[in-house]
Design a protein around this ligand. Structure first.
Ligand SMILES: N[C@@H](CCC(=O)N[C@@H](CS)C(=O)NCC(=O)O)C(=O)O
Length: 213
């Protein structure tokens, strides 16, 4: 029985929950899921049972409670050093951390204008110039990472890593809203969508009760 438990929200829409979840699943680390339904009268009190931050995801690891998605990814890389959660090469690892941190702290306009909604296809939505600037920056990061470090596989740093876990929600947004992409970014989105862990998340989102019920 695994000692790890991950507290997460609705799979259809909880972008922050997807990040540590996909890292755990892709790395083959066993864990238990604890579900909190978002946007309900008792959501805040349910989250408060696990963290005073008011937000999920939270990883429960024996005595430790880890919150903030990026901190959870770092904790997993510490705990499971043989799983390749960060690239092995120090130069690639440093850039992968920078790319992941940029996602953790940024891209507010993209989050606001193109919310994660993995079960829908919503072409024709318009977004702000600020959101387009976020999209352009993400595409540039994708091209740079793939060109410099991506030779060992189809992901940002070749093999699937924590950097891909951080970008997994944005990949679903690109698909949901039909965001126009160049060839490199399109191939990356396709590789991410074909990853068994991503497919499992989307399948499980389909099985959830609709929001608000
Ligand atoms: N910076 C946090 C953001 C976490 C976050 O905003 N989580 C949302 C769900 S995706 C949340 O818990 N919202 C509380 C609520 O909806 O009541 C992280 O990286 O984990």
């Amino acid at each position: 029985m695994s000692t790890l438990a991950l507290v997460i929200g609705n799979k259809a829409t909880s972008s922050w929950s997807l990040r540590p979840w996909i890292a755990l699943v892709a790395a083959g680390i066993p864990f238990r899921e604890i579900h909190v339904r978002l946007r309900r009268a008792d959501t805040a009190s349910q989250i408060a049972a696990f963290t005073s931050s008011g937000r999920i995801p939270v990883l429960l690891d024996q005595g430790a409670r880890v919150w903030e998605s990026y901190a959870i990814l770092e904790h997993l890389a510490d705990r499971f050093p043989d799983r390749g959660l960060w690239p092995a090469d120090p130069a690639a690892r440093a850039v992968a951390r920078s790319v992941a941190c940029e996602m953790h702290g940024g891209f507010a306009a993209l989050r606001r204008d193109l919310p994660m909604d993995v079960l829908n296809r919503l072409p024709g939505r318009r977004w702000s110039d600020a959101a387009q600037a976020d999209i352009d920056r993400i595409c540039a990061l994708c091209r740079e990472s793939r060109a410099q470090f991506g030779s060992a596989g189809p992901f940002l740093f070749g093999r699937f890593s924590n950097a891909d876990a951080m970008y997994a929600p944005v990949v679903t947004r690109f698909a949901t809203y039909g965001v126009p992409l160049g060839a490199v970014e399109r191939a990356y989105v396709e590789a991410m969508q074909a990853h068994p862990a991503m497919q499992r998340w989307i399948d499980e989102a389909k099985d959830e009760a609709p929001m608000g019920t």
